[in-house]
Ligand binder design. Structure first.
Ligand code: ADE
Length: 234
């Protein structure tokens, strides 16, 4: 899978891939990261990429020309490329999107800075537009990283143990049950005794009950979804 980050600030992104699981996937040639700076395409004599908003409004908006040229070039090099824009004005990114997009061969993430991107660029080039949550970041780079990470771990070979994908929170509406490592007792707190006894069917029941408690507490709407789904299955 190839990822291309279209950004004015590739330094913000590159560091994330220099360690841990995604670095290993890059070293194994499963993931390929590329960076494209719209400033390199600017036809302005000062290489400007932004301007004040037409019709007024605070802040600077990214001009269409550098992004049009950068994205035209990208699309001409790979007709299968899937172009994703990051903005708070979009549908929320979900685990289902991560699984679906893991099947693509090349995804370009276009991150805006300043007050955003000229809407004509989005209209012309976006295959999809995502927000990562109801808050405003200083730019789309973090959102691109979040989405790239979530997609990558669904690509065959990226995680060491592919089993670890199945039971995670959001693979079902229930949040994941708590996990514990060793030692069994730490600072007067013990791992739940049922976890220690080795009866796997009882451990599964306890984990389900704990999952339901966590979900009720943190995400009650998800528990409702789980119960509705269960009643359909009956
Ligand atoms: N850019 C700024 N805020 C964002 C958000 N919440 N999601 C995606 N892109 C953004």
């Amino acid at each position: 899978m190839k990822f291309t980050f279209v950004t004015l600030f590739s330094n913000l992104i590159e560091g994330y891939f220099q360690d841990s699981i995604l670095k290993r996937a890059i070293d194994k040639d499963i993931l390929h990261m590329h960076y494209l700076n719209p400033r390199d395409y600017s036809q302005n004599k000062h290489m400007k990429v932004d301007d004040t908003a037409v019709g007024g409004g605070a802040g600077m908006v990214m001009n269409p020309q550098p992004l049009y040229d950068a994205l035209r070039e990208l699309k001409s090099q790979d007709e299968d490329i899937h172009v994703v824009f990051l903005t708070p004005v979009a549908k929320p990114f979900k685990q289902n999107d991560a699984k679906r997009l893991a099947k693509k061969t090349h995804i370009a993430f276009v991150s805006g800075r300043y007050e955003g991107i000229d809407e004509r660029v989005i209209e012309e080039f976006a295959d999809e537009v995502f927000s990562i949550g109801d808050y405003i970041l200083t730019g789309g780079e973090l959102a691109a990283l979040v989405i790239c990470d979530a997609i990558s771990r669904n690509i065959e070979g990226v995680l060491g143990n592919s089993d670890s994908l199945d039971v995670e929170s959001f693979e079902t509406p229930l949040l994941e049950a708590p996990s514990f490592s060793k030692p069994k007792n730490y600072e007067h707190k013990s791992v739940p005794s049922e976890y220690l006894k080795g009866n796997h069917s009882r451990i599964r029941s306890l984990k389900l009950a704990l999952s339901e408690c966590k979900t009720q507490f943190f995400r009650p709407e998800q528990l409702l979804k789980h119960r509705t789904r269960k009643s359909y299955e009956k």
